[in-house]
Design a protein around this ligand. Structure first.
Ligand code: NAP
Ligand code: MG
Length: 397
């Protein structure tokens, strides 16, 4: 390695898996260079959460990070960890500093069939994570009257539109987005499509929302011009369609593309897609910034229930797949950025060793009931990682 990878350690069961993965699957094979940040809750509390900001800035500096799942504190965690403050979600902090879009894709294997039988390849959801209904203002109106949208520009300009002349009680909602955020979203999507050589779909409801949703479509069209030549060179396409048409096409598709969604659509559709593919433990997640920085992680949390068992000395069968793929994704990206073929090759071999293991039916407990056509053998996390190591050594020999 030439440039360090930004390593962000985390909490609970995933912190335990993190160390096992590093010790068994990374350090014996890679001359690993990292810029290490402990984002475990204890350290975040000790540093007044400065460590999270430093980690995010390191991701911007070096361009590639890998993050373990972390606790987002709530009232119960305040007492459990005796916290000074209810620190914000590290993922939220990192996302706002990197200004990125989150892409989620399932890890698929032949013996776990998606609920939708024609899906042959993973579908990646890119959710715009700013604005719309998540940052709205709402009113309950109790009787007849006029609801208006009003904008007072700093330059003294004034715009107004009637929302509804109410004859009786009802509800009103105001929401917004910004050109800057939509543009960042578009850049992240086109960059990720190029990085993963997949078609990009984008959907809104611009036939109904002729100004708001139309602005999303317009910005995507404009930004696409910057990437068009590269798309043509790679033989991938950018495809815009209405959200309802997209839903119908996604269900009938073979998969293997990125579906960029507005905030609400992405919220709903990512749950639909991930459930249909099988297991949360097999869902990967990567944050891509508009300037091409990447942060890889698992989509799941710290698996608290398993951690409490682990603390009582019980062996757990927690699935490390998504966390291993966060490592392989980050190492591959680092290798590609730095032109290190061997590192890219290692990332491919590591993922292939994981697939060898699963395809032979060696799985963690969460996958047992999902497997078809193979008789699964449930193992604990340590045995599962050891089985991957064996196959990885064979592949690298
Ligand atoms: P979770 O950690 O994702 O776990 C929920 C349940 O899903 C688990 O109890 C387990 O089910 C199953 N599961 C998830 N990952 C698994 C894996 N790798 N292997 C096997 N089973 C797995 O969600 P949570 O319990 O709601 O949240 C726990 C903590 O994680 C919270 O403090 C939350 O703030 C944090 N969190 C962090 C992130 C992040 O850092 N990106 C994301 C989400 C949540 P069974 O118990 O049925 O086995
Ligand atoms: Mg949701």
């Amino acid at each position: 390695m030439t440039t360090p990878l930004v390593e962000m350690d985390g909490d609970e069961m995933t912190r335990i898996l993190w160390k096992m993965i590093k010790d068994e699957l990374i350090l014996p094979f890679v001359d690993l260079k990292v810029d290490y940040y402990d984002l475990g809750l204890v350290k975040r509390d000790e540093t007044g959460d400065k460590i999270t900001i430093e980690a995010a800035e390191a991701c911007r500096k070096y361009g590639v990070g890998v993050k373990c799942a972390t606790i987002t504190p709530n009232a119960q965690r305040m007492t459990e960890y005796n916290l000074h403050q209810m620190w914000k979600s590290p993922n939220g902090t990192i996302r706002s500093i990197m200004d990125g879009t989150v892409f989620r894709a399932p890890i698929t294997i032949p013996s776990i069939h998606p609920v939708v039988k024609n899906w042959e390849k993973p579908i990646t959801i890119a959710r715009h994570a700013y604005g719309d209904v998540y940052k709205n203002s709402e009113l309950r109106v109790e009787g007849p009257g006029t609801a208006r949208l009003v904008f007072d520009g700093e330059d003294g300009s004034h715009q107004e539109a009637v929302i509804q002349e109410f004859k009786g009680a009802g509800v009103v909602q105001g929401m917004h987005n910004t050109d800057k955020s939509i543009r960042s979203f578009a850049h992240s999507c086109f960059k990720y499509a190029i990085a993963t050589k997949q078609d990009l779909w984008f959907s809104t409801k611009d036939t109904i929302s002729k100004t708001y949703d139309a602005q999303f479509r317009k910005i995507f069209d404009e930004v696409y011009e910057e990437y068009k030549a590269k798309f043509e060179e790679l033989g991938i396409t950018y495809f815009y369609t209405l959200i309802d048409d997209a839903v119908a096409r996604v269900i009938r598709s073979k998969g293997g593309f990125i579906w960029a969604c507005k905030n609400y659509d992405g919220d709903v559709m990512s749950d639909m897609v991930s459930t249909a593919f099988g297991s949360l433990a097999m869902m990967t997640s990567v944050l891509v910034s508009p300037d091409g920085n990447y942060e890889y992680e698992a989509a799941h949390g710290t698996v608290t229930r398993h951690y409490y068992k682990y603390l009582q000395g019980e062996e757990t069968s927690t699935n490390p797949m998504a966390t291993i793929f966060a490592w392989s994704g980050a190492l591959r990206q680092r290798g590609e950025k730095d032109g290190l073929k061997a590192l890219v090759g290692f990332a491919d071999a590591l993922e292939a060793a994981c697939f060898d293991t699963l395809n032979e039916g060696i799985v963690t407990k969460d996958l047992v009931n999902l497997m078809e056509g193979v008789t699964p053998k449930a193992v604990n996390s340590a045995q599962f990682i050891a089985a991957i190591r064996e196959r990885l050594e064979r592949r690298l020999a």
